[in-house]
Design a protein around this ligand. Structure first.
Ligand code: EPZ
Length: 422
C-alpha cells in the first residue's frame, strides 16, 4: 500500500499553476450528453473524478479522448440510459447525468451517488427538481429510476442553496418545453461556468451566478468548445500550504478565482496576499496570528471546501479561533487526525475551536475525505519530524498533481510503500 511520507518543510518558494476546477469540469462533462455533436473541454483536470466521469460517458455510448488538459467528447445518437453503482457510487456529481439524459427525452436510471462522507448527502432536492419539470422519478433498490417523457419548464424554488440541485435544474431545463425559473439558486462560479458552456451549445440561460436563473428551452444543443475555470479551492489549498510552512509562492492561471473570503482570512492572520490579473502571490515570514472566527456559507461566503485547509494553516497561530461549518453536518473528519499531530482543537456541534500550539509533531494520519486529506498534508508539512498520510485516493479524486506541485514549491514529501502489517 502506498502512503505519503511528509517531513517538516522549509519555507516554500516558487510558482504553481492552478488547474481547471474539479467542480466546474464534472457538470460540464455531464452536460456533453445533451449535445448532438462533439464537445472540446479544455483545462480539464486529470483527476480521479474526471476519469470516473469519462467512464460514465463511455458507458453511455459516448467517445471520450484526452490529450493533455483537453478532453473531446463525441456523444452518440442514442445514449444508453443506466449508470451502474460501480460508476455512480464513486462520486457525487454522477447524479447530474439523470437530468442530462432526461433532457434528451431518454429514460434514465442511476445508482445512488457517492461522494465525500461529510454528511448525509441526500438527493431529495435533485429528485424534486426533476419531478417539478415533469419527470416521473422513483427511488427503488438504491437506484433512482426516471421514465422518459417531455420535460416542461416551471418555477423552481430551492428550499436551501444547493450547488448540485441548481446545476441539475439547469441541465434538465435547457431543452424542456417553455421557460424555467430557478429561485434561491446557488451562485458559485462553477454554476456560472456550466451556464457559459451550455450557452455556447445553444442554450438560452440568463442569471446564472445569481440567485435567480431563467432558462428558455431550446429543441436541441450542438457541441461547443469550452475552457474550464480555474480551481479556486486548489488555489486556496496551496495558499494555505504557504501560510503553514512560511515562504513566498506565486500561483498562476488563477484568473476568475473568486477567493476573497479566504484571502481576507489569510491576510488577517499575517500573510501578505496580492492578487494580480491571473496570479495570486502569498508570503508569510512572521508568526501567524489567529484570525476572527470563520463561518462557512454558500458563495459568496467563506467556501466550505476551504474550511479544512485554512484550519490546517492556523494550528500554530498565536491565539484561538473558531470555525463554524454551516453547509455540511459532518465536515470535521480531519479534526481527530490533526489532533494526532498535537493540534489543540475541540468540536462542539458544528463549531471547531482551535487554540494555537507552539509546535506540532509527526504522526501516522489517515485521510477520510478530499479536502480533509489535503489539510492533513498541509499540517504535516509544518510539523516537527516525519508523518505518513494514508488514504491518498481521496486526495487524488480532486487534486491534479498534488504531490509534484508541492514538491516543486520545496515541500518535503513523497509517496512510499508502507510495509504491510504482519
Ligand atoms: C457541491 O456539492 C460540491 N461538489 C462540493 O464540493 C461543495 O462542498 C458543495 O457543492 C457546496 O459548495 C461538486 O460540485 C461535485 P450542495 P453538492 O448540494 O452539490 C444539502 C469538494 O470537496 N442537500 O450545495 O453535493 C446538502 O446535504 C466537494 O469539492 C440536500 O439536503 O452540495 C448540504 O447540506 C465536497 N438535499 C447542502 O444541501 C439535496 O438533494 C449544500 O449541498 C442536495 C443537497
Amino acid at each position: 500500500m502506498q502512503v505519503l511520507s511528509v517531513s517538516k518543510s522549509p519555507p516554500l518558494a516558487g510558482e504553481a499553476y492552478i488547474h481547471g476546477a474539479k467542480n466546474g469540469a464534472l457538470p460540464i462533462l455531464a452536460a456533453c450528453v445533451l449535445c448532438r455533436t462533439p464537445c472540446t473541454i479544455r483545462n480539464c483536470p486529470d483527476i480521479r473524478d474526471v476519469a470516473h466521469t469519462l467512464s460514465i460517458l463511455r458507458a453511455l455510448g459516448c467517445t471520450c479522448v484526452r490529450e493533455g488538459g483537453t478532453v473531446t467528447v463525441t456523444p452518440c445518437t442514442c445514449p444508453a440510459c443506466h449508470i451502474p453503482q460501480a460508476l455512480a457510487g464513486s462520486m457525487r456529481a454522477s447524479i447530474l447525468f439523470l437530468g442530462a439524459l432526461l433532457a434528451r427525452g431518454q429514460e434514465a436510471s442511476i445508482a445512488l451517488p457517492g461522494g465525500c462522507p461529510i454528511g448525509k448527502r441526500p438527493v431529495d432536492l435533485h429528485i424534486g427538481v426533476l419531478r417539478a419539470l415533469g419527470a416521473e422519478v422513483r427511488a427503488e433498490d438504491h437506484q433512482i429510476v426516471c421514465r422518459a417523457g417531455t420535460l416542461r419548464g416551471c418555477r423552481i424554488e430551492l428550499p436551501i442553496v444547493s450547488v448540485g440541485a441548481t446545476e441539475h435544474a439547469i441541465l434538465a431545463a435547457v431543452c424542456a418545453r417553455g421557460c424555467t425559473e430557478i429561485r434561491n439558486a446557488a451562485r458559485e462560479p462553477e454554476v456560472a461556468d456550466l451556464a457559459r458552456f451550455l450557452s455556447a451549445c445553444g442554450a438560452d440561460i440568463k442569471g446564472a451566478g445569481t440567485s435567480v436563473v431563467r432558462i428558455t428551452g431550446v429543441p436541441s444543443l450542438r457541441g461547443a468548445e469550452h475552457t474550464v475555470l480555474p480551481d479556486r479551492i486548489e488555489a486556496a489549498t496551496y495558499l494555505c500550504a504557504c501560510a503553514a510552512c512560511g515562504g513566498q509562492i506565486v500561483l498562476r492561471g488563477t484568473e476568475g478565482c473568486s477567493l476573497e473570503p479566504v484571502l481576507h482570512v489569510l491576510a488577517a492572520c499575517g500573510c501578505r496576499v496580492e492578487q494580480g490579473r491571473s496570479s495570486i502571490t502569498c508570503a508569510r515570514t512572521g508568526p501567524l496570528i489567529a484570525p476572527a472566527d470563520v463561518t462557512t456559507a454558500p458563495y459568496p461566503g467563506f467556501p466550505t471546501d476551504a474550511q479544512a485547509v485554512v484550519m490546517a494553516a492556523l494550528l500554530r497561530a498565536r491565539g484561538a479561533c473558531r470555525f463554524t461549518e454551516t453547509v455540511f453536518e459532518h465536515r470535521f473528519l480531519h479534526v481527530p487526525e490533526l489532533c494526532r499531530l498535537g493540534a489543540q482543537i475541540s468540536v462542539h456541534g458544528r463549531t471547531a475551536c482551535i487554540t494555537g500550539v507552539p509546535a506540532l509533531h509527526g504522526a501516522e494520519l489517515h485521510a477520510r475525505d478530499l479536502r480533509g486529506g489535503a489539510a492533513l498534508v498541509l499540517a504535516a508539512l509544518s510539523a516537527e519530524g516525519n508523518s505518513t498520510v494514508s488514504g491518498m485516493n481521496h486526495i487524488e479524486r480532486g487534486y491534479d498533481s498534488f504531490v509534484p506541485t508541492l514538491q516543486a514549491l520545496g515541500a518535503e514529501l513523497k509517496m512510499v510503500e508502507k510495509p504491510d502489517l504482519l
